[in-house]
Design a protein around this ligand. Structure first.
Ligand SMILES: [Zn+2]
Length: 376
């Protein structure tokens, strides 16, 4: 494991690439966004694309929405440009009160909306299986999202799906992936939070294919033949989390009173499971949401790398027991089982035990000169 020389991102984070100078794709992508990309031109390109889809069917585009800051801005941006969107939510099993309020606000901006709920019996069984095998609490949630959104576009004959940011550009993918304007299956494999798997890879005696049908993707060829475009809006307009959160706030999106995750009170506010997903990154990659947030603070010039390290040194995060309890009740497992599974996914390539038998990240200590308990 190495750390980016400019920010604090470790190479243990999936999809992260360092160049010859030791700079991560997230920092390079940020530089490209600030210095190389002509946003005015991109905006014109977006207008031309939207023109080609407007007024062709019942709906001009499909927008996947959770009710969070990104989806609020996706919907508002499309309405502003005279598009008639259909919005669709894959219902989070534990939608928060604030999540519900924000989703209502988004619908009231003026869109038709589908709230899709997956069979919780199959879902919890599948989720437990994937949590045990991959330590990923969000794999199933993402799989149902990719499949349902794409199938809905096919069923409603909607030719344009408007996604938010290209996470390869925002969080450090390769140059090729940072320049993807449209999502494809190769991108989903790498950045789609499904550990490179599709539903067919999970077929077993307990989970036969007919149980998993809601999670399967149509053949990519079918999608191409139907002429469906999967557009990343973040490739056509700047997509900085805090900026988007403020813009969304101006059209009614509410922030939490205090941060649920990391630095900002606008992240992870819509669903408890999101918090557990981020918590598991500690075991698997040796980082929390704070790492993502601080990397952006450094890139934006609001903090130096040294100040970010000091912030980590002086900050302790709480283990999200409340959210873990909710997750356990959905999976029908005990807290002890949860932590046993979590522990079984501790990445032993990066974690070692010190003389007192406590876990620590030797590379972190080498890089920043200290270690402490980050999560209590
Ligand atoms: Zn970096």
């Amino acid at each position: 494991m190495k750390y980016c020389k400019q920010c604090i991102m470790p190479t243990s984070r999936p999809g992260i690439h360092l160049n010859e100078e030791g700079v991560c794709g997230g920092c390079l992508g940020f530089k490209e966004k600030k210095e190389e990309i002509d946003w005015e031109l991109r905006r014109k390109q977006l207008d031309a694309i939207l023109d080609s889809y407007r007024g062709k069917g019942d709906y001009d585009c499909l927008i996947p929405v959770s009710g969070g800051k990104d989806s609020t801005w996706q919907v508002y941006s499309m309405l502003q440009r005279g598009m008639k969107p259909l919005a669709i939510t894959i219902r989070c099993q534990y939608r928060t009160e604030l999540g519900k309020k924000n989703l209502d606000n988004l619908i009231n901006l003026g869109v038709d909306h589908i709230d899709f709920t997956v069979n919780p019996q199959v879902d919890s069984e599948f989720m437990l299986e994937s949590f045990k095998k991959m330590g990923n609490p969000s794999l199933v949630e993402h799989m149902i999202m990719w499949s349902t959104i794409i199938k809905t576009a096919l069923r409603y004959d909607i030719k344009l799906i408007v996604w938010a940011e290209n996470s390869a550009l925002e969080y450090g993918g390769s140059k090729k992936d940072r320049n993807k304007f449209n999502m494809d299956y190769d991108w989903i494999k790498k950045y789609g939070v499904t550990n490179g798997t599709f539903a067919e890879d999970w077929v077993s005696d307990n989970l036969p294919l007919n149980k998993l049908q809601s999670y399967t993707m149509p053949e990519e060829q079918v999608l191409n033949q139907a002429g469906i475009e999967n557009l990343f809006l973040g490739m056509y307009m700047e997509w900085e989390p805090e900026d988007i959160a403020k813009k969304s706030q101006s059209v009614g999106f509410e922030w939490a009173e205090n941060p649920v995750l990391g630095l900002h009170p606008f992240v992870g506010v819509d669903c408890d499971f999101r918090v557990v997903h981020h918590f598991m990154k500690w075991y698997k990659f040796g980082l929390t949401k704070l790492w993502d947030n601080l990397a952006i603070e450094i890139r934006e010039g609001r903090m130096t790398r040294k100040e970010a390290a000091e912030y980590l040194r002086d900050t302790t995060e709480a283990i999200p027991y409340k959210e873990i309890k909710t997750f356990c009740s959905y999976l029908k497992i005990s807290g002890d089982e949860f932590f046993d599974i979590a522990e079984s996914h501790r990445n032993l390539d990066i974690w070692k035990k010190d003389k007192k038998n406590n876990w620590y990240l030797p590379e972190f200590k080498n890089e920043f000169g200290f270690w402490k308990e980050f999560l209590i």
